[in-house]
Design a binder for this molecule. Sequence first.
Ligand code: EPZ
Length: 431
Amino acid sequence: MDKLVIRGGNPLLGTIRISGAKNAALPAMAAALLTDETVILENIPQVRDIETERRLLAAMGAEVELGYGRAQHRTTICAANLTKNPEASYELVKTMRASSLVLGPLVARAGFARVSMPGGCAIGARPIDLHLKGLEKLGAQIIQEHGYIEARAKKLKGARYSFDRITVTGTEDVMMAAVLAEGETVLENCAREPEVVDLATLLVKMGAKIEGAGTSTIKIKGVSKLKGARHRIIPDRIEAATFLLAGALTGGDLMLQGCEPSHLTSLMNKLEEVGVKVKVSKGCVRVMGDAAPLKAADIATEEYPGFPTDVQAQYMALMTQAEGTSIITENIFENRFMHAQELCRMGANIRIEGRRAIVRGKTPLSGAAVQASDLRASASLVLAALVANDETIIDRVYHIDRGYERIEEKLRGVGAQVKRIGNILPERISD
Ligand code: EPZ
């Protein structure tokens, strides 16, 4: 099992290129199931979850090429010959919950889907009941047994459906089902994340009729068939946020290229409040952490455009180095503070009270052997290690490989002392 060894103390100086968004690429790859023509997706990140999705689609009979050539990170998918009863097996789904994104497209295109229930997850129960209620509203029959969901529908019918709570992949799943349903569908209380908008942009390129993506009400007029398309995935706003915080934390001067500043507004406002200078130009964000000492500032995670839950753990690492007490409230998931105890082992002063974490800074951090528990918690430990005295060894780095492309190479490129020990990069996909 790979480990990252990081020696703290270096300010990050230089330029990092941001990769394509994992959480936009995953639904976009699932959308290719909606047509028998070829879908080409560019700016695909070289991360473990994308490889998992490739295996998932291939197991259903789709032809999936995935290449990370110098010029392009690209996947070409053709789902002309799906297997008779397409299935997302437990072996694959347990490694990536986002596999449930194939439900909507399969029911809409093939009239049948068999997907393993995702099961629990480190950060919370994360049921998919709202996905299923939406598909039932569109006329699918859903059976749940032996840990699997089976969904069937001769032909989905448009309907009005309001999500009981805002769900990103729930919105994406039901929207993909609705594009081939008969008649009009109105979805209310939808997620407004940029990844939802990016998926809608792809679907419209494929011939879908969608209005309102990015707002809480999405209207879809069903069409009988979708065609192939070519689409460039949006930049990863969570990767960009992570590196912005790394630049702030290390008192560095970091330029992020190939990002979308308008997706980072809530974090950039918060960084200004904390005393970190941020400059925006076209496709770039520059963070200058060498200004005044960091000031404590509270956050409460919310759905987009609020402060993202996927940046909460990384922000907590920053607050350990800020003067004063900050209160971090996690409103989206019920168990997303597992990084806190690892940060405390490095010297942080953090107390958890239910959905709130109280961070008292500034506390010097010292290198330690720590363990990653989930994707963003691992990122938080990397950030802490960048400012800790001595060496930190982070175990179970496969968590971080799920969502960050070659993180140690990107960090080394701007002066961090970081190396990977254990096997070489997971499933290094040939160029
Ligand atoms: C997406 O997960 C992201 N994953 C997550 O990113 C992100 O943390 C999350 O949205 C919130 O922004 C992908 O896009 C692949 P939700 P998703 O459905 O869609 C509850 C990362 O680090 N809920 O918006 O699974 C749920 O339990 C990952 O890249 C139901 O109760 O999240 C949670 O409390 C982690 N029933 C809340 O809604 C449902 O049917 C929001 O979850 C669906 C969700």
